[in-house]
Design a protein around this ligand. Structure first.
Ligand code: ADP
Ligand code: MG
Length: 292
């Protein structure tokens, strides 16, 4: 099971968009995917239509160590894509975890119960430094951080996200290594911005840092992303071909490229995604086990 936290100490950089679209693509590729919405504002929780709403959500998982997946996991209209909904309306979890001796490790300790059910867990987080964010990072084997092209965002990244990873270094003494950080350049204007230049300068800024990698995949700023969110669909389902005259590639191609770079072992599966929703005739890796 791969666990990816999608993090940034800055808001509005595309964390939720990335979680929803990556999750949607992976599910359409036949993987069993679970989204964890750790943001107090339930943007990811409301992205997809639900076909089943569980009674509990992230609060029961983290505050009560609830172990019954039936109580926790809701199902989306995208086959194979489940979600643990954000339901910490009053923002109590942070304080609770701050004072719990196992606070920052709680999610990490809960992961084994998900390992037989899911291939991929994507954790969406709030755009601010918090115990929840640190907990998400410590639970993941890869941290993905969208960065928007403005130089300010890069500064904020150095000050915020990298500092966060540094601060978690003492957990090495417990045998827990902070995950590698992958930077995803998101919302690059296809015409007015020189994507390659941004890529080079980000690389230059972070070259001295081990464990930090700037992804080759770049996500252009196109209105297909907000449109997909309005239609409550993963973006690859609504754009399989780039409109004539547009420089940016089709959203399906962008998401496939990104997914392949992040998870090379599943590249074949991503290549088979057509953009059409899965039909019942197609096999999934969990076909012989009961669904929740
Ligand atoms: N590549 C993109 N092109 C155009 N709009 C984007 C892109 N990525 C994200 N957006 C839009 O930017 C806004 C903020 O994105 P969101 O994923 O909610 O950010 P975060 O979760 O980091 O706060 C949303 O309206 C989203 O639709
Ligand atoms: Mg968000």
């Amino acid at each position: 099971m791969q666990v990816v936290s999608i993090i940034s100490t800055k808001g509005g950089v595309g964390k939720t968009t990335t979680a929803a679209n990556l999750g949607g693509l992976a599910a359409d590729a036949g993987l069993r995917v679970l989204l964890l919405d750790l943001d107090v504002q339930p943007t990811l929780s409301s992205y997809f239509e639900l076909t089943h709403r569980a009674q509990g959500g992230i609060y029961e998982l983290l505050a009560f160590n609830e172990q019954s997946l039936e109580q926790l996991v809701s199902r989306t209209a995208v086959t194979g894509l489940d979600v643990v909904l954000s339901n910490d309306d009053r923002g109590d979890l942070n304080t609770l975890l701050l004072h719990a001796p196992d606070g920052r490790l709680r999610l990490r300790h809960l992961l084994p119960m998900l390992a037989s059910r899911y291939d991929l867990v994507l954790i969406d987080t709030q755009g601010a430094r918090s115990v929840l964010l640190e907990m998400a990072v410590l639970a993941s084997n890869l941290a993905l951080s969208p960065v928007t092209p403005e130089i300010l965002a890069a500064r904020e990244l150095r000050r915020g996200t990298l500092q966060l990873i540094d601060d978690l270094a003492p957990y090495r003494h417990l045998g827990i290594n902070p995950p590698p950080l992958h930077l995803l350049i998101n919302r690059v204007h296809p015409v007015s911005t020189n994507a390659r230049l941004i890529h080079q300068s980000l690389r230059h800024v972070f070259q001295a840092r081990s464990g930090v990698q700037v992804l080759t995949a770049i996500v252009p700023a196109i209105e297909t992303y907000p449109r997909a969110s309005t239609r409550r669909l993963p973006v690859h389902r609504i754009e399989q071909r780039a409109p004539t005259g547009r420089v940016a590639p089709a959203a399906l191609d962008t998401m496939r490229t990104l997914a392949c770079e992040l998870f090379p072992a599943w590249c074949d599966k991503f290549a088979s995604v057509t953009g059409k929703p899965q039909t019942n005739g197609e096999t999934r890796s969990d076909d012989n086990g009961p669904r929740l």
